[in-house]
Design a binder for this molecule. Structure first.
Ligand code: CZF
Ligand code: MG
Length: 263
């Protein structure tokens, strides 16, 4: 692993794709492991800290993880870190309907990255984008992208370049890379060169999704996913980071905990 490589532990290929695109200009290279870490209940910070510690112990080295929340202001921040389960059970329509009784449709997308070394306390980096919840619009590659509107466009109506310039994930990664630069002169290893914070992420060529290996152990990122999904998968948009999409607007994957996810 080079001195500018970070090990990103996530079960979510969409997160990985965006993080790679955002960091592409910063000199930080992401390696990934398709592992779903047990997530506790608690605040965003508590969940992310615990996830980071478990991931660092499991991998046996420095890692980054992230936890993403969608917080409805009228519901005092709910569903927050539990949005994954709400999305799985009631979908984007159900999420929008949760606010039907309220005039206030404002919401915040929150991304919290954590950097953690085994045996050490994690360091958190939060990014927050304020928007509102609307009826689904756009061809989203993530579950709730079509219902999260920022300045007139839903995330799903933006191309990846636009989203990655203003997203919760971009803002969190800006803080992470600034910290890396200050602490280590870039990357995770403490010795290699400088890594400027991500400025303008590179546009992603969505016509040429490579699907190459993204894991550090020589397997495919999709090794943890079901054969049925893998065999139905076709290459889509992207930048050669191993993200695939089943025919049609949405695609599904089997997560290692036996659940199914949608993007
Ligand atoms: O429309 C979206 N636009 C985004 O930008 C985005 N980022 C995350 N998510 C979804 O929000 C939940 C977070 O749960 P989450 O943080 O626990 O993630 P996860 O369990 O999928 O991965 P990980 O915990 O292994 O990293 C999961 O359903 C993610 O798919 C997004 N949806
Ligand atoms: Mg998770």
């Amino acid at each position: 692993m080079s001195s500018r490589t970070l090990f990103f532990v996530t079960s979510n290929p969409g997160k990985l794709a965006e993080a790679k695109a955002i960091l592409s200009a910063s000199g930080v290279n992401l390696e990934s492991k398709n592992v779903e870490i047990t997530e506790i209940q608690g605040t965003i910070e508590e969940i992310t800290r615990d996830k980071a510690k478990r991931a660092a112990e499991q991998i046996g080295g420095p890692v980054i993880v992230e936890d993403t929340c969608l917080c409805f202001d009228a519901l005092k921040g709910l569903p927050g870190p539990y949005v994954k389960h709400f999305l799985k059970e009631i979908g984007t329509r159900g999420l929008t309907n949760m606010l039907a009784a309220y005039d206030d449709k404002t919401a915040q997308a929150v991304c919290t990255f954590a950097y953690c070394e085994p045996g050490s306390e994690p360091i958190l980096f939060e990014g927050r984008t304020k928007g509102k919840v609307v009826r689904a619009r756009g061809e989203g590659s993530f579950g709730w992208d079509p219902i999260f509107e920022y300045e007139g466009s839903t995330y799903a109506e933006m191309d990846s370049y636009q989203k990655n310039k203003i997203s919760h994930r971009f803002k969190a990664l800006q803080k992470l890379t600034a910290w890396l630069e200050e602490k280590h002169g870039g990357g995770s290893g403490g010795s290699g060169g400088s890594a400027p914070p991500p400025a303008a992420p590179k546009p992603v060529d969505r016509r040429n999704m490579g699907g190459h290996d993204t894991s550090s152990d020589g397997g495919s990122f999709f090794d943890g996913f079901g054969e049925e999904v893998k065999s139905r998968a076709i290459n889509i948009a992207g930048d050669g980071m191993g993200i695939r999409k089943a025919a049609g607007r949405e695609w599904q994957f089997d997560s290692p905990d036996g659940g199914r996810g949608k993007y």
